[in-house]
Design a protein around this ligand. Structure first.
Ligand code: FPP
Length: 257
């Protein structure tokens, strides 16, 4: 018997549906400041545009059926920026969460935060936890927001927690394998990214998902984040679909020889 209930994927495909979609796309949203300066605007105007772009890119991911999307919104190193710019970014995060949470909740989007959240202003920590709790049961798509995030800090935190478990006699050190480390990271339970996209022409990883992106494909695009359009995103996905991922093995052609 056919199950005719409308499932989460039952909506008609978007007219610009890419030919294949990865299970997890992660973004380093770089170039907001440069974009603004090039337009003769203050740097914060670039961040404001960056939020609009994030909404558009998240919407595209949702419509194309990408199950997980992660964005690098604020790094542990970004705390060293001038106080005013940090405040502008915190205010944008605040506004974004307040404005978007109802919509995300009703659309079935789960939101998770990755990072040293204890360094955020208290009201933002509360908002982050509330947003996570309100959307925890959603399963149509997961959006992970990396804020006050650094991959080395995340790995150090995982090592510290595993060591504490071992010292307390609850964990055999010999049993610590790759799965155990993955399970102790802030991304525990989530799939690794298949594709990492960095905007603004920089070709660096900048302490982002170092463990999780070990086998990811990378796409470095020249546009600054505020100019990274849905069309450009689609082109990146089409290029990704043409790549062959071997995970350290041989290609099928080489195996046949
Ligand atoms: C990098 O551009 C971008 C950031 C440090 C912040 C990214 C944040 C957003 C797009 C805001 C939205 C996020 C959420 C979750 C609401 P840059 O300032 O480093 O640019 P530059 O390299 O040109 O100086």
């Amino acid at each position: 018997m056919t199950d005719s209930r409308p499932g989460p994927r039952a909506e008609p495909a978007a007219p610009d549906q890419p030919s294949a979609v990865p299970g997890h796309v992660a973004f380093i949203m770089d170039g907001n400041g440069r974009w603004a300066v090039r337009q003769g605007l203050p740097r914060q105007a670039g961040h404001v545009r960056g939020v609009e772009r994030l909404r558009e890119i998240a919407k595209a991911s949702y419509e194309w059926g990408i199950p997980v999307m992660t964005v690098f919104a604020f790094s542990t190193e970004n705390w060293n920026r001038p106080g005013y710019e940090v405040q502008v970014l915190m205010q944008l995060f605040r506004r974004y969460m307040i404005r978007e949470v109802d919509d995300l909740e009703t659309r079935g989007v789960r939101v998770r935060f990755l990072g040293q959240l204890e360094r955020l202003p208290e009201d933002l920590q509360r908002l982050a936890r509330q947003t996570e709790a309100r959307t925890a049961a959603n399963d149509r798509m997961t959006v992970q927001i990396a804020v006050s995030y650094g991959a080395r800090a995340e790995i150090a935190d995982a090592a510290r927690r595993l060591a504490a478990e071992a010292a307390a006699g609850r964990l055999d050190p010999e049993s610590i394998d790759e799965a155990a480390v993955s399970g102790a990271l802030w991304t525990a339970g989530m799939p690794d990214p298949d594709l990492v996209v960095r905007t603004s022409g920089e070709q660096r990883i900048s302490n982002f998902l170092l463990w999780q992106a070990a086998y990811a494909e990378y796409a470095f695009v020249d546009e600054c984040w505020p100019d990274f359009s849905r069309e450009r995103y689609r082109a990146v996905l089409e290029a990704y679909a043409r790549r062959e991922r071997r995970f350290g093995g041989l290609s099928p052609v080489a195996v046949a020889r």
